[in-house]
Structure formats: structure tokens, C-alpha cells
Ligand binder design. Structure first.
Ligand SMILES: [Zn+2]
Length: 53
């Protein structure tokens, strides 16, 4: 069984969920912060991880 957790990547500026990703929480402790394009802001913004419930 995989230990990867599905996470959401949320735009820091408009709070829109734009991307989904997988992360191995046992290996990566710190929160992800990735610069990605947000369709709502129409520019590249920082996306932070949100755990999927
Ligand atoms: Zn945005």
C-alpha cells in the first residue's frame, strides 16, 4: 500500500484549489510551497498544500 497522501495545492492569494499532488508525508515533513499558474489570478502565485480530507 502506498503511503503517499493526496494533497491539494491552494493559491495563497485567492484561496482557489488549482492542483492536486501526492506527497509522502513520512519523508517530507515541511509544507509544500510551489509557484504555479493560477487561472483565477491569471498569473503565477504561490500555492500551498492543503491536506485532502
Ligand atoms: Zn489565485
Amino acid at each position: 500500500m502506498s503511503q503517499d497522501t493526496l494533497i491539494k495545492l491552494q493559491c495563497k492569494e485567492c484561496k482557489e484549489i488549482n492542483y492536486y499532488s501526492h506527497k509522502n508525508v513520512k519523508k517530507i515533513q515541511e509544507k509544500l510551497e510551489i509557484k504555479k499558474h493560477c487561472p483565477r489570478c491569471k498569473k503565477h502565485t504561490v500555492h500551498i498544500e492543503k491536506k485532502k480530507k
